[in-house]
Design a protein around this ligand. Structure first.
Ligand code: BGC
Length: 934
């Protein structure tokens, strides 16, 4: 009885969020003035535009961020001072500063906009910062950091586009062209840069050494509108005297196979390169060497290289020393100057793809049909590097696949047309090491053919590649299967963050499906620092958006526009910038994307017309929902019109909030008005007076409640109906769009027990079911492998698809309880409110935010709840301890008191709410139950 009462009270409390928010604000208004620190802080983690010491950027007013380190509690920055100079010495001597911000009274420690003199192309500046805290204590100046500008004007490019003069049949994969040029440095150099891009992919070498560690350059963008160039510091690779630059080109996304219709040459059929090497001599003079008609071209050992199909490499065709001076290229072909725009060039804004980790295969399997298969123990993305010794002409073939079939043989049917095969032909000259150049594979198993000697695990290394996004989040709890789920989410993120956010990394798709991106974005922001990654992708979204506002289903777009403007997919235009804003307090992304966001909402509004009811024939609905016999195709279970209208509202809501953040008052009013009409149309069309949402599916309720589409009076009732439905099925029935929301809605409305039931379930359909089948990444479908071992439809059955991994957002945000406060985004104010339950005895999440480390770590032991928390300097937090009594709560072993970082505390119904400043805290309390939640 007591239990029931408590739950009822808790529900009531949750339903009244306004009261809750007001309370936080009023309790907190004075928190930042309280000073506890005894010693000054120090400053670390200087970043410019999310990057450490970036070179070659083209943002004229870069934003600067830093982290404050302190062992004290309650530290808040009260002022900062930044100084910027042309070199590190000037900073130290304070002479010839380019910009001194002076002491600025402000708490802002992230995204402070550089406000010094305009910066020129190639200019490098050094900067440092110091701060004053809320006790008036001043930090030392930070270490100096720098950033360097790229080529800001099209006139800076003296280089010309060149294409190799080679005979090719452009309807198929051709040998990769190589181009070279020697140049003389008459004097010693003090610094050198190369600015380079290509049509197709490039790998550059200087004097026999590969330039940089980036892969798949120049990256994939909306090539017709935006083409990235990279800047490398090549000072150490050059020498006085003769030097040589050599570049290998690959088809890549530019002209390789793309999409599932066996089509290629999407952006063009000829590869080309644009490179400008700028060397500064020690006397200050500069030598510029560029691509021009004097370069020579040939082909090398790469006979074929394609993203989907793999690489064929004949080591007998290697041209020894071709990227070193004195190589004889007299029989090489010439190059042709190509007319191609330089106006579309843009500095690399994303996160470069690199080799990130290396894993060893765990077993060699011999199959019934005689195959030799390596098991990597992990579904991964990249390739196998191997070393081998043998006769010239020995032909080794590696075929990559994600799973084995019921007989233990390699299963490749779900790859569709993608061959995922690397072939290597030995040159017979001692130990040979191979890894491919312009392809990647999604795989756990590799069939090895043609290996003549005894195969050993030592010969092989799995090279894991992805965009070098810094990991920021960890989640762990007392259930090993849930931990495996988190592992799988992180590996699906790694595998699908390869320059663009993709749906899958293995079949003939690997495209930036917008729906997948928007539903996974919150989980992605927790797992890694993805702000720069999404910033780049969003620029492509805006570039590929149609003039009528329609957003293609994949970005960069390579599909017909006939299939664009799909509810829940196109909304990425609004949801993703908003998510980046929330997680990183990035208002610039909102400014940059604002027109695009608005155009998408206007598109829907125009289509909807006067009755504000939007529908679209070509729409995926709740894609891949648990299917019932009467569904006409995956996603049909929830009315597609309802999905359209719900997302119409969602995007309009986020747009009006964005307009408010940006101070666009008229727009804010206009779209708030539109939102009211959209909601009314939603009620009229889909909601009964009793809170039944047509057609009574889990997704329908999840969308309606999470997007706040229902009148207040109906929300409780609708949430109850959702809970009833979950209990009726005893499992999840949602697809791509309902899945990210359902557990949030359940726990928000007091039904955490049901949310935990969904999490803990191990039978199909559930998150843990694939784990019972050995999954090491997230599957595209709830039943990629059926209970009896059969595979789902080979036409669409990826075993590495992050979409359902969106549950990660609930794991750290609700189970561990680290939540953003929308009023102070970027974790400036943090809400820590773990939801205990599901039989878990502990859960902990750690997050490296823009401000520093956040941690929430709870444990129930011996009827005691322990909550360990870390809050970074310059942030504050509201901590909510569930089901405890104020007088039972201690911190650091002492009764709660307003001292040393603790600003306030109160009993609120059956929870204790505590306001704290930065620092580490250990709260303990008697705890009666771990099954009842609030
Ligand atoms: C992709 C998805 C995508 C969907 C859209 C699939 O082929 O792999 O993840 O969102 O198509 O319908």
């Amino acid at each position: 009885m007591l239990k029931k009462k408590k739950i009822a009270k808790a529900r009531q409390l949750w339903s009244n969020r306004i009261v809750w928010c007001t309370l936080i604000v009023s309790m907190f208004c004075c928190a930042n003035n309280l000073c506890f620190a005894q010693s000054a802080s120090s400053i670390t983690g200087l970043r410019c535009e999310y990057k450490v010491n970036p070179i070659g950027i083209d943002i004229d007013k870069p934003r600067l961020s830093w982290k404050i380190q302190s062992s004290e509690r309650g530290v808040v920055q009260s002022a900062y001072q930044i100084r910027v100079a042309g070199n590190a010495e000037s900073l130290a001597t304070e002479k010839k500063l380019l910009w001194d911000s002076g002491k600025v009274v402000s708490e802002q420690s992230i995204h402070v906009v550089y406000a010094g003199p305009e910066l020129k192309s190639r200019q490098r500046v050094y900067w440092q910062v110091r701060i004053w805290d809320n006790c008036g204590l001043k930090s030392e100046w930070s270490e100096a950091a720098f950033w360097e500008m790229g080529l800001l004007n099209v006139e800076d490019w003296q280089a010309q586009w060149i294409e190799p003069n080679l005979k090719e049949d452009r309807t198929i994969s051709n040998p990769s062209p190589i181009v070279r040029k020697e140049f003389l440095l008459r004097k010693n150099i003090i610094s050198a840069r190369v600015y380079v891009t290509s049509l197709g992919l490039y790998q550059m070498e200087l004097n026999g050494q590969i330039v940089g560690d980036q892969l798949f350059t120049p990256g994939w963008t909306s090539y017709h509108h935006r083409l990235q160039y990279q800047t490398y510091d090549i000072t150490a690779l050059l020498k006085k005297g003769a030097n040589c630059v050599g570049i290998t080109l690959g088809d890549g996304w530019y002209r390789g196979f793309l999409g599932w219709e066996n089509a290629r040459n999407f952006y063009g059929d000829t590869l080309a390169i644009l490179a400008q090497i700028e060397c500064t001599y020690d006397d200050g003079t500069i030598l510029i060497t560029t691509t021009d008609q004097t370069w020579k071209a040939s082909t090398g050992p790469i006979l074929k290289s394609d993203i989907y199909n793999g690489e064929v490499y004949d080591a007998r065709l290697e041209k020894k020393g071709w990227t070193e001076p004195s190589f004889n290229d007299s029989n090489w072909a010439n190059v042709t100057i190509k007319k191609h725009s330089k106006d579309i060039l843009t500095a690399s804004a994303g996160v470069p793809v690199k080799r990130i980790e290396y894993i060893k295969p765990i077993a060699i399997l011999k199959t019934q049909n005689g195959q030799t298969i390596l098991d990597m123990g992990q579904n991964m993305v990249g390739w196998l590097r191997f070393s081998v010794q043998g006769h010239a002409g020995t032909h080794i073939k590696l075929r990559y696949a994600e799973v084995l079939d019921a007989n233990g043989n390699l299963y490749t049917e779900n790859l569709r047309f993608a061959k995922q095969t690397d072939e290597y032909i030995l040159n017979g000259q001692g130990q040979e090491v191979f890894e491919p150049h312009f392809t990647f594979h999604g795989f756990r198993y590799v069939a090895v053919e043609g290996w003549l000697s005894e195969l050993t695990l030592e010969n092989f290394t799995g090279v894991v590649i992805h965009s070098d996004i810094t990991p920021t989040g960890q989640f762990e709890c007392s259930d090993p299967m849930v931990n495996q789920l988190q592992h799988n989410i992180q590996w699906s993120q790694k595998g699908n963050f390869l320059d663009v956010p993709t749906d899958c990394p293995q079949r003939d798709e690997r495209l930036g499906w917008t729906g997948d991106v928007q539903i996974f974005a919150p989980a992605a922001c927790f797992n890694a620092d993805v702000a720069a990654f999404y910033t780049k992708w969003l620029a492509d979204l805006a570039a590929d958006q149609q003039s009528n506002g329609a957003v293609p289903n994949v970005i960069p777009n390579i599909l017909s526009m006939r299939d664009s403007a799909t509810a829940g997919w196109a909304d990425a235009a609004v949801v993703v910038p908003w998510t980046v804003y929330l997680y990183y307090d990035d208002t610039r992304i909102l400014q940059k994307q604002y027109e695009s966001m608005k155009n998408w909402v206007d598109y829907m509004a125009n289509q909807a017309g006067r009755d504000c009811l939007w529908g679209n024939d070509v729409t995926f609905g709740d894609w891949l929902a648990y299917s019932t016999n009467d569904s006409d195709y995956p996603g049909a279970t929830t009315d597609k019109d309802l999905v359209c209208q719900a997302y119409f509202a969602r995007s309009t809501d986020l747009l009006q909030r964005t307009a408010k953040v940006l101070g666009k008052t008229d727009d804010a009013k206009k779209y708030a008005g539109l939102l009211v009409k959209i909601k009314k149309a939603f009620w009229a069309e889909f909601v009964t007076a009793n809170g039944r949402v047509a057609n009574n599916t889990q997704t329908a309720y999840s969308l309606a409640i999470a997007f706040e589409l229902l009148p207040h009076v109906l929300r409780e009732n609708a949430a109850k109906r959702l809970d009833d439905d979950v209990k009726k099925f005893n499992h999840i029935t949602t697809g791509f769009l309902g899945t990210p929301l359902i557990c949030h809605v359940l726990s928000d409305y007091g039904y955490s027990e049901s949310a935990y039931m969904l999490l803990n379930r191990k039978e199909y359909p559930s998150w843990l079911y694939p784990i019972t089948k050995g999954a090491t990444t997230i599957w595209e479908r709830w039943d990629g492998i059926k209970a009896g071992g059969q595979f789902q439809d080979k036409g669409m059955n990826s075993f590495n698809h992050y979409a359902y991994g969106a549950i990660g957002d609930w794991l750290y945000g609700v189970v561990a309880g680290i939540t953003i406060d929308e009023k102070q985004p970027g974790y400036k104010h943090i809400i820590i409110q773990p939801h205990l339950g599901g039989g878990l005895t502990y859960a902990k999440a750690g997050l490296e935010s823009m401000y520093g480390h956040i941690e929430s770590n709870w444990q129930i032991k011996d009827k005691t709840l322990t909550l360990k928390i870390e809050i970074p300097p310059n942030t504050t937090a509201t901590v909510k301890l569930p089901l405890v009594v104020l007088t039972d709560v201690t911190e650091g072993g002492k009764p709660l008191s307003k001292a040393n970082g603790i600003v306030d505390m109160l009993q609120q119904e059956d929870a204790v709410v505590i306001q704290i400043g930065s620092g580490q805290y250990v709260f303990k309390s008697k705890y009666v139950s771990n099954t009842v939640r609030w």
